[in-house]
Design a protein around this ligand. Structure first.
Ligand code: UD2
Length: 320
């Protein structure tokens, strides 16, 4: 049994990682300051994890959290392009300074490996598709810059201190427990919950932007593979985590109409600042070096996600 520290364990990705690790019989420790994570995401597993409410900007707390840990899964972040455009200082603090703290603490505690939640936003709007890891990054938003800077810190800590690090560039992860309630929430969580309650979603732009939407189980699997893959193949490296297929928001809306029985139309609004038009990953490097293969495709993931939000609505109704 290994000890895993998950930063941002209250988030939808962090809490999904925790659930899977517990299912596999591993020991889970987690930190969150609940700036974007949610206590409800942990309510069913709180008795099975070593949870510490802490901010990754608190180096002492990170030192304590890393003591005795084998693997760190660093998910804590302010994960939003538009929020970073509004407040680049907060984005930099959480997404860069926080990462450096986690790395210093992990190095000093001699953890075996740190796996980092990097972002596809690092590629920017370069026209070449699919995006592969050898391309020169060209981030647009402050969020994307911060995520790329942290990725480079991961590589730097491997080169300078020999701390094994792996950066996983997530491509629009979605699934159950993604928070739909903030204006900065991921598009699918927002669209699904709006449409289930009979309200029109808003497309920022013409809806023809496309994403390689990736179901949460695939991201969880990639993290666990990244912990165990031979260091010679993965340490100090960056991998795309995606499905290798893209869909437009307009196409997604049609699929969601069928799944949610929503018969209205979307609202079309202004394009969002800092946005990327098309995003699609080449996942051959993750396949080769991590043994990664997406287990759940987009349609199946969308169906499972809609079912989960429906079940939340039902339990909210039964509580009334
Ligand atoms: C970026 C990253 C993603 C992850 C995420 C964290 C890219 C391609 N992806 O996601 O990997 O790091 O940041 O937040 O950079 N939209 C609407 N209506 C809404 C909400 C969003 O039309 O109500 C649009 C939005 O303008 C964008 C698309 O939907 O074109 C996806 O937006 P998002 O915020 O879900 O994720 P994105 O692509 O910024």
């Amino acid at each position: 049994m290994a000890v895993y520290l998950i930063t941002g364990i209250g988030g939808f990705i962090g809490s999904s990682l925790a659930r899977e690790l517990l299912r596999r019989g591993e020991q889970v420790r987690g930190v969150d300051n609940f700036s974007t994570g949610r206590r409800e995401n942990l309510s069913q597993i709180l008795g099975q994890i070593d949870f510490r409410e802490a901010d990754i900007l608190d180096l002492d707390a990170m030192n304590r959290a890393c003591t005795g840990v084998d693997y760190v899964l660093h998910q804590a972040a302010i994960p939003s392009v538009p929020k970073s455009v509004l407040d680049p200082i907060a984005s930099n603090q959480a997404n860069v300074d926080g990462t450096v703290n986690v790395l210093v603490a992990a190095r000093d505690a001699r953890v075996k490996r740190v796996v980092y939640a990097a972002s596809s936003s690092a590629y920017g709007d370069t026209p070449t598709l699919p995006k592969h890891e050898r391309m020169t990054p060209d981030p647009i938003s402050p969020y994307a810059v911060a995520k790329l800077a942290s990725e480079r810190y991961m590589i730097s800590f491997y080169r300078c201190y020999g701390l094994e690090t792996v950066a996983l560039r997530y491509f629009n992860i979605f699934g159950p427990r993604q928070d739909p309630s903030s204006p900065y929430s991921g598009v699918l969580a927002k669209f699904i919950t709006l449409m289930l309650s009979g309200q029109p979603p808003t497309m920022f732009g013409d809806g023809e932007q496309s994403r390689d939407f990736t179901y949460i189980d695939n991201a969880v699997e990639a993290n666990l593979l990244a912990c165990k893959a031979p260091a010679a193949q993965v340490a100090g490296k960056v991998f795309n985590v995606a499905t290798g297929r893209r869909v437009t928001l307009n196409e997604t809306f049609k699929l969601l109409q069928a799944l949610t029985s929503y018969s209205g139309s979307p609202i079309y609004g202004a394009e969002r600042g800092g946005d990327i038009k098309h995003s699609l990953a080449d996942i051959s490097s993750a396949a080769e070096h991590l043994g990664y293969k997406p287990q759940v495709d987009f349609e199946d993931g969308l169906r499972r996600t809609v079912e989960w939000y429906k079940s939340c609505q039902l339990s909210a109704v039964s509580r009334q």
